[in-house]
Design a binder for this molecule. Sequence first.
Ligand code: RIB
Length: 311
Amino acid sequence: MKSICVIGSLNVDMVAAVERFPQPGETLTADGYSIYFGGKGGNQAIALGKLGANVKMVGKVGDDIHGHDYIRHLRMNGVDVSGIHTEKGAATGTAMIWVDRQGENQIVVSPGANGCMQTSDIDAMWEELVQSDLFLFQLEIPIGTVAYAVKRLKQAGKTIVLDPAPASQLPEAIFRYIDYMTPNETEVRYYAGKQDRYVYQLKEAAGSLIRRGVGTVIAKAGENGAYLIRDAELSHIDAYPTQAIDTTGAGDSFNAGFAYALASGFEVNEAVRIGNAVGALSVRQVGAQSAMPTREELDRFLETYRRGIKQ
Ligand code: RIB
């Protein structure tokens, strides 16, 4: 199996369960409140660790109790933490999250130590980094650092998966170094520069990313599964039915399942299907990482659906 490296964010998620989202100026009473480990990078690394992948996390935590706890948590879930550095004087990244009764969320992130990831950190870790084969990025560390690392690693012959979330302005030069880009439907349109879903179709939007140099676009569509767009072809891969309690981290789980399958030698269509399954399993409990499956849980789930039995 190929080795995987996640370069990205580590957050502490402060999650309030609410009946509905507050209006501007409104105060609501939450149904409950909990603290979880999160951050798009950390979520992807934990999901990969639980699946049994050979995975390393590269990122920064603050010099606080959350940072120390997060490193221990990653290690306990099978993630190589040698690429995580503690940033003196910074707080660990924090996400304030509301989850409503339909499992939908609203998130505000304070980057903290994630914002301190510099290109010089990539240079300092270079010899260690090039030991991995497949790289997963998101956009919760400085974009300049992502662009720099993506270009250097691609030129070193590595496979690059970019989850372009949260939607952010990217330098034009980055697109040609991306093998797989995994936006959600809204993000595809954002990067194509078209916001109106009715007049601008998904295939055209993904096509504009491919014309700019992206190898393959996988548009995540939640309960509608995912769309795979490469060359001039678009195919749809169904979602698995699931009971969504909290969709936070579902996209991260998809990415981890997808990368895990690619690293295991599966073909892209099958890797998307496995990504869909990991995403479906991950939404069944509150907290981005709480319901991420182990390899055995994933196998049982896939087997169930191959036999056509609903869980
Ligand atoms: O993708 C979900 C993640 O986004 C949360 O865990 C939160 O930390 C934000 O980064």
